[in-house]
Design a binder for this molecule. Structure first.
Ligand SMILES: Cc1cc2nc3c(=O)[nH]c(=O)nc-3n(C[C@H](O)[C@H](O)[C@H](O)COP(=O)(O)OP(=O)(O)OC[C@H]3O[C@@H](n4cnc5c(N)ncnc54)[C@H](O)[C@@H]3O)c2cc1C
Length: 409
């Protein structure tokens, strides 16, 4: 059977990885390089993800794929520290002592917050899908903790869609991010970068005879006697890993559009550390970005010879035309970094950076096999609910490959 996979991100590559031994597979990827959200910039001395990435200890599918590709031994478990920028000051929030010293919540509020975090680990997310995160937090914790702690986090991640986001997303986010000890959150990073995962998948696929066509933006796909014609070539089966609304446009199959948001992420190299040793600083103060992530406060600076900083923002619709300048100039003045200390900077605009997990999202997840011979999987799949991740996309790719094999038998 000849299978066409649209999209060379983690979902498409993982699906092809499971199918290419027993079937002829062609991947069509519009960018010049595969990797999708997990692709990297190639600097003269190193490669670095164009969007910040780390993994978590519970990422079973990612860890087992790394193992299969003989990369697991190079996965390092590091300590991710966090902070919160409020009133122009970064408050470290990593160790218990730092949390006790945090001045913007009272001792009693911190205890309530701690119990809320503990409860979140075992909360029934199914029931929380229909409840807005705001309502849930205010009910459980009161207006003050919500507005001084969770509201800025939701604003930085979802902007003006924050009131629509479900408690299922918030609780799962808290649960994922609460694998922490006194030195911080336990986060995994692949020595040399996640580009090694993409490269290993590509080497394996090439060796199995899979065709990987980059620089090919799929325009149209039409059904043809049980198979699909994709931009003029006939395949027995089609897997699309694009957002459902994109698949709908290309394949003329109706889907309820899922709410998605875009990401504008500025990455830069500098000799200065803007976040005082902290890996991830969320913006409590209003700013044109939601977080400043100093990669080299997670992964040792010596590997790069400079600090690598991500300035992360999300948008709905289109990003401002001069996003790069807006992000850079605010960052430089707010974090006191002279422009001449910035060695390089690049902006990545990702129009489909992930679904917005609004209330009732689960009922919007589309059928993975919406038409004969057409299969869909990606960041919107159940495996990526209620938060998309590398692990979820690998699972989604593997699950869709399993469905295709079942269908072909
Ligand atoms: C800002 C950001 C930070 C993240 N950080 C983390 C993290 O720290 N940890 C974690 O686990 N996960 C993280 N993720 C999530 C993770 O990157 C994704 O879940 C995963 O990479 C998505 O893979 P995918 O294949 O489903 O989608 P994509 O990577 O979006 O792949 C889809 C591919 O389809 C291609 N394509 C689109 N249209 C066409 C077309 N018409 N024709 C041909 N090709 C087309 C695209 O170019 C792309 O390569 C992050 C994501 C973002 C956006």
């Amino acid at each position: 059977m000849h299978i066409c996979v649209i999209g060379g991100g983690l979902t498409g590559l993982s699906a092809a990885f499971r199918l290419s031994g027993s079937h002829e597979v062609t991947i069509l990827e519009m960018n010049e390089e595969a990797g999708g959200c997990l692709s990297s910039y190639h600097l003269p001395d190193y490669a670095i993800e164009s969007l910040y990435h780390h993994c978590f200890s519970g990422d079973r599918h990612l860890l087992s794929l790394l193992d299969e590709l003989d990369l697991l031994r190079d996965l390092e478990w590091l300590h991710g520290s966090t902070g919160y920028l409020v009133n122009n000051q970064i408050h470290p929030l990593t160790t218990p002592l730092q949390i006790i010293r945090y001045p913007l919540l009272s001792f009693v509020e911190k205890i309530r917050l701690a119990f809320f975090v503990l409860r979140s680990r075992s909360a029934d997310r199914g029931k929380l899908d229909s409840i807005p995160a705001k309502t849930y937090c205010v009910d459980q914790l009161g207006e003050r903790i919500y507005s001084s702690f969770f509201e800025p986090l939701l604003r930085s991640k979802f902007g003006d869609q924050r009131d629509d986001v479900s408690a299922a997303w918030l609780v799962s986010r808290i649960a994922i991010r609460s694998d922490r000890g006194p030195e911080g959150e336990r986060l995994g990073y692949l020595k040399g970068g996640y580009i090694r995962l993409i490269d290993s998948l590509l080497s394996y696929l090439n060796a199995e005879g899979c065709r990987i066509v980059t620089g090919h933006r799929v325009i149209s796909a039409t059904p043809d006697e049980g198979g699909w014609i994709v931009d003029g070539t006939r395949y027995d089966c089609l897997i699309s890993t694009l957002p459902p609304q994109e698949t709908a446009r290309i394949c003329s199959v109706p889907f309820t559009p899922l709410p998605y948001q875009g990401s504008a992420c500025l990455t830069l190299g500098t000799s200065l550390d803007p976040t005082n040793g902290i890996y991830w600083v969320n913006m409590g103060d209003p700013a044109p970005y939601g977080a400043v992530i100093t990669h080299t406060n997670l992964v040792p600076y010596d590997r790069y010879g400079e600090h690598i900083v991500y300035i992360a923002s999300y948008f709905r619709g289109n990003p401002p035309e001069d996003s790069e300048e807006i992000l850079l100039s605010d960052f430089c003045s707010r974090f006191d970094i002279p422009r001449d200390q910035i060695h390089w900077h690049r902006l990545r605009i990702e129009p489909f950076a992930g679904p917005v997990y609004v209330t009732g999202y689960r009922s919007l997840i589309p059928d993975p096999n919406p038409a004969p011979g057409l299969f869909i999987a990606g960041m919107f799949s159940p495996e990526n609910y209620p938060e998309r991740s590398m692990d979820g996309s690998i699972r989604a790719g593997e699950e869709i490959a399993r469905r295709v094999m079942e269908w072909s038998d």
